[in-house]
Design a protein around this ligand. Sequence first.
Ligand SMILES: NC(=O)c1ccc[n+]([C@@H]2O[C@H](COP(=O)([O-])OP(=O)(O)OC[C@H]3O[C@@H](n4cnc5c(N)ncnc54)[C@H](OP(=O)(O)O)[C@@H]3O)[C@@H](O)[C@H]2O)c1
Length: 274
Amino acid sequence: MRLKGKRILVVGASSGLGRESGHALAREGARVVFAARRTDRIEAAAAAAGGGAFALPCDVRDEASCRAAVAAAIAGLGGLDALVYAPGISTFGPIEEIDASDWQDCFATNVIGLSLILNAAIAELEANRGKVVVFSSISIDDSPPRPKQATYLVTKVALERLIQAWQGEHRLVGFTSIANGDTLTEFGFGQDAAKLAPIVQRWFELDYMYGRMMDPAAVAEQVVNALASPETIRRIAITPCYAEALAVPADAQSTDAAAQGRKAVETIRGASRD
Ligand SMILES: NC(=O)c1ccc[n+]([C@@H]2O[C@H](COP(=O)([O-])OP(=O)(O)OC[C@H]3O[C@@H](n4cnc5c(N)ncnc54)[C@H](OP(=O)(O)O)[C@@H]3O)[C@@H](O)[C@H]2O)c1
């Protein structure tokens, strides 16, 4: 058990990488708080994690909600050793169709929310020589950037600079960004599948998606590694393994880009947020 007794708040823990990370941390002996907006989801996630885990409602676009969630996490855990920040949203479509409210929502969720949570948590994290892990995205390393996801690219670049700014002013805390590749989560759920399919197909054609999507457990393992290390892991970049995608027999799964795109979108089609 590499994180025995560590007190960890995971924000954005109702699905996908946040929930998976919370469970991986609990398996390593941590006491985990699962925070997000969908309370039924975080309560179920905390119950499944065991080990004294509990759930707290939090909307990172709301400053008072961030303050309340951090205060309740610290009170319930008796302190705080680490924070994992997973909230992330995106628009999917031409840059000229993104309106002010889309930009504001993406910045509020992907960038400003982290700072609001840290405003409330940093004193306690400093007192405990704590750690912070934040989900960024490998897509910001791609040049030219993948098309039709401008809000996401711009906010994730801003997010990585924000993490560096926090690190620069708070040396007693170790900050890690995880720049992960495409992973099978609920990201993009609720989007219009007919609009999304050609966009994702195009990303496969341009070879941005490494031929397949990752299992969230492989990414969550890196959260454990970052938090268990005695050193500060500044940045982890993790992508699907090319060889594994290429090893799939052509008759079982076409390596044709359009087919791969359709397969990825198939996991999203028809799904809706509850
Ligand atoms: N999946 C990928 O391919 C991929 C690739 C690269 C990076 N990432 C990054 O990984 C992170 C996790 O995403 P995911 O793939 O696991 O997607 P996901 O399954 O959609 O999970 C997103 C989480 O963020 C939470 N969230 C969204 N808005 C929130 C808000 N206003 N306040 C509090 N929580 C909020 C959601 O909870 P509620 O809706 O219940 O609040 C949910 O728990 C994101 O930052 C994403 O950008 C994902």
